[in-house]
Unconditional design. Structure first.
Length: 392
């Protein structure tokens, strides 16, 4: 060959070590082995976003179910259990303490993401950073509750907000700065509204405080909703399914053009993460369904809320959350109306208790009925949110 090294065409040549460093763990091996022989050519499926999304969901689901009992037992033996609060409408007598199982949920998401996501993508780094940060914040809160022996003595509200806004500030700055942002130039600061095809406003650097408010509000709304067995985890699953669909549309140039969406190369990795979270939520429901002996605690609920808030911003559908996340919005509003407006300003109650699911408990409605009705509402809102893909 004249002393020259023969190279294969780009489509079929083996990837170099540098190229392999840019993919998920299974992608490393699969991309390399698929060129080793015809029998392994099926491994090219690892190049497919849809395949990795489905595989990630199944992996997270199986991880949670297979390792759930062991992890929950380990957490229980370590004393990671909640204590009775000042209200308990649904249960009379002594209530058995429930294990804080948030670490199981977080471990399932991170392990599956490590296997199936393109870890070098900015979309992935931002989303997983949100999971780690908010999970760590929630873990500190849960640890303090266990240490003090009461669910009312966790991390202070002001400390939570400061740390949440700190992450949101860093995330917002990286998101807006074009050299660092994973979004195409000129797109990051554009504000989109549901049912409208084109951006309505360019916020410029004002987008940073908007991001901060959005992420913190969503993270806390999910945390507030986690009050009855299985109540929060299914609406989160519905919400990530919707936003995963939007992320996939934005990542596919032809589909994005057809549906008049901004094209965002790399956003498909958000779809993979959303599917992973969907699978992890279903797996956690295996243990968290009524009557549950394990709850998310702040570790799980804040991790899911922080992730969801970050995803909402990354796919540029912040206002859509008012619809898709209507259950969480309603829960948060009930607390604001009751505590900030009613008790603090007017000196009266609008509900028997807040958040709103406790109001229904106080009225004597069974926990299972409350949860399933919330699921139904969340499912309907998710379908309406999906309809906005075409109704624009």
């Amino acid at each position: 060959m004249g002393g020259r090294e023969r190279t294969l065409p780009t489509a079929i040549r083996r990837p170099t070590l540098i190229e392999l460093e840019n993919g998920p763990v299974l992608y490393y091996l699969g991309t390399y082995l698929q060129h080793s022989g015809e029998a392994l050519s099926f491994l090219r499926l690892l190049d497919s976003i849809s395949f990795r999304a489905i595989a990630g969901a199944i992996t997270a689901l199986l991880f949670t179910i297979v390792f759930g009992d062991r992890i929950i037992l380990a957490l229980y033996r370590r004393g990671s259990r909640d204590t009775k609060r000042s209200f308990d409408f649904a249960v009379t007598g002594t209530r058995a303490p429930k294990t804080y199982g948030g670490p199981l949920l977080v471990a399932a998401v991170l392990a599956s993401a490590l296997l199936w996501c393109q870890l070098h993508e900015g979309f992935v780094l931002m989303t997983l950073s949100a999971v780690v940060w908010f999970a760590g914040l929630g873990y500190i809160d849960d640890h303090l509750k266990v240490r003090h022996g009461t669910s009312d003595r966790g991390l202070s509200e002001s400390a939570k907000l400061v740390l949440q806004f700190l992450f949101s500030l860093i995330f917002g700055i990286i998101y807006v700065l074009e050299p660092l942002s994973p979004l195409p130039a000129g797109l990051a600061t554009q504000l989109y509204l549901p049912f409208i095809k084109t951006p309505v406003l360019d916020l410029g650097w004002a987008y940073v405080p908007f991001i901060m408010f959005t992420v913190v509000a969503i993270a806390n709304s999910v945390n507030i909703a986690d009050g009855i067995d299985g109540l929060a985890v299914v609406p989160v699953a519905f919400a990530v399914a919707v936003y995963g669909t939007f992320a996939y549309v934005a990542s596919h140039a032809r589909i994005a053009e057809f549906l008049i969406f901004p094209s965002m190369p790399g956003a498909g990795e958000v779809a993979v993460i959303c599917c992973i979270v969907f699978g992890a939520c279903l797996g956690f429901l295996w243990f968290n369904s009524y009557p549950a002996n394990v709850i998310m605690g702040d570790t799980g609920s804040m991790a899911l809320g922080g992730l969801l808030g970050t995803v909402v911003v990354l796919v540029k559908q912040e206002f859509l959350f008012l619809l898709v996340g209507g259950v969480f919005v309603g829960e948060a509003l009930s607390v604001i109306i009751q505590e900030k407006i009613g008790l603090r300003w007017l000196g009266r109650r609008f509900f028997r208790s807040a958040p709103i699911h406790h109001h229904f408990q106080a009225q004597g409605l069974a926990d299972t009925k409350i949860v399933i009705r919330f699921w139904i509402v969340a499912g309907i809102l998710a379908l309406i949110g999906l309809a906005t893909l075409k109704i624009r």
